[in-house]
Write a protein that binds this ligand. Structure first.
Ligand code: SAH
Ligand code: SF4
Length: 377
């Protein structure tokens, strides 16, 4: 590739594309053609947009790149999970994870088997999307936290991750069932406007239903209220991870700013749609938040809420000072919740062998044993 054009088209909505067309002296319908080419057809360069006149294409190509991230690395797990390292124009990169037939937080019931038979195509999949390079929230059990915050992703960069993976996996939207979980690197609610713009482009442009999208937050309380007011929005998951303030503060320092009472108050006010439920995520840390007493305390906190709990046994990582509880402890914890009438599911870790599982998303290129499958882009 030669010199980088100064701007990127990916991330522009129909209004912005319309002004772009108007400024170029083109009729408004050119904006719709570009929009379709970018988000629906998922083309990768201006030259491919055959609906546009040659001259307009050329002048666009001089000023703009499409802006899809480059697939820098691709790690394939034994369970079919693929971890993509995607690079942006400025050299920063994030990770995006493909989980075929995965529960990915969407079904959340751990029923989906990960093993793909030879030659059999997956029939549903979940893509785990990043919202920032690194993260500022500093949860003590999370590997992403150790990166610190590098920068926010633009709306185009958030959309671009999804499109790059859809293209690589040759997904046919409308036929294939795709779920999106905004649970990769970063705190989506600390990049709220870009994140929400990306959601709208993915729903309206790409055609992924909002009901198949879930965003997870560490508990940025004011943004929970904002999300509730959105006309188009994903489902909400809240990373609770503790049953009282003392423990939560220890593992999630952000609890000092927004303690459990405030967080649950916002959750209770969140306007749920028909048949919609809130999800609470709870990472089980051995001997820290995983006792039967903690489970009872959690059940008490969530009593009366239309909610389910996803239990995740800690995925360990270098520099993480917590342990993974034994299976029996996880099951005992789940049993207390279920007995109290709270649906609770154990999330199976996906792609743990290639550092693709929850909380492991850090640029672990050197130490990932997973097979490296080609370098494209
Ligand atoms: N920043 C957002 C979304 C990304 S983290 C959030 O925190 O909600 C996605 C989920 O992974 C969160 O529920 C988080 O609690 C969980 N997680 C983080 N580190 C983990 C680890 N080491 N093992 C298991 N789950 C982890
Ligand atoms: Fe950030 Fe979420 Fe990791 Fe906490 S768990 S540090 S909010 S990515």
């Amino acid at each position: 590739m030669g010199k980088e054009p100064q701007s990127e088209l990916l991330g522009l909505d129909i209004q912005e594309l319309t002004s772009l067309a108007q400024n170029a002296g083109e009729p408004d319908f050119r904006a719709r053609q570009l929009y379709e080419a970018l988000y629906r057809q998922r083309l990768t360069s201006v030259d491919q947009v055959s609906t546009l006149p040659q001259l307009f294409r050329r002048s666009l190509a001089e000023q703009f790149a499409f802006g899809l991230p480059r697939v820098e690395r691709k790690f394939v797990s034994s369970d079919g999970t693929i971890r993509y390292l995607l690079a942006f124009a400025d050299g920063q990169s994030v990770e995006t994870v493909w989980m075929p037939e995965g529960d990915g937080g969407e079904a959340g019931d751990g029923t989906a088997a990960g093993d793909e038979e030879e030659g059999k195509r997956w029939d549903r999949a979940t893509i785990c999307v990043s919202s920032q390079v690194g993260c500022a929230v500093d949860c003590r059990f999370c590997l992403t936290a150790t990166l610190g915050i590098q920068r926010n992703l633009t709306a185009g960069e958030i959309v671009g991750q999804v499109l790059a993976v859809l293209n690589d996996r040759q997904v046919r939207i409308g036929e294939d069932r795709i779920n999106l979980v905004f649970m990769g690197q970063g705190e989506p609610f600390l990049n709220y406007d870009n994140f929400m713009k990306a959601v709208r482009l993915l729903v309206e442009g790409t055609g992924i239903p909002e009901s198949r999208m879930t965003v997870s937050t560490s508990g940025i309380v004011p943004r929970i209220a904002d999300l509730g007011q959105e006309a188009v929005r994903p489902k909400l998951a809240i990373s609770l991870n503790a049953s009282n303030d003392a423990v939560r503060e220890r593992v999630m320092p952000i609890n000092r700013k927004w303690p459990i009472a405030k967080l649950l108050d916002a959750a209770r006010r969140f306007p749920l749609r028909t048949r919609e439920r809130l999800t609470f995520e709870y990472v089980l840390l051995d001997g820290v938040n995983d006792s039967v007493e903690h489970a009872r305390e959690l059940a008490e906190l969530l009593r009366g809420m239309r909610a389910k709990v996803n239990l995740i046994a800690l995925n360990p990582g270098p520099g993480i000072d917590f342990g993974t509880p034994a299976e029996a402890r996880v099951l005992a914890f789940q049993r207390v919740l279920v007995k109290a009438g709270i649906p609770a599911f154990i999330r199976r870790p996906r792609g743990r062998d290639i550092f693709a599982a929850c909380g492991q998303l850090k640029k672990t290129v050197e130490d990932a044993p997973g097979s490296l499958v080609g370098i494209t882009g």
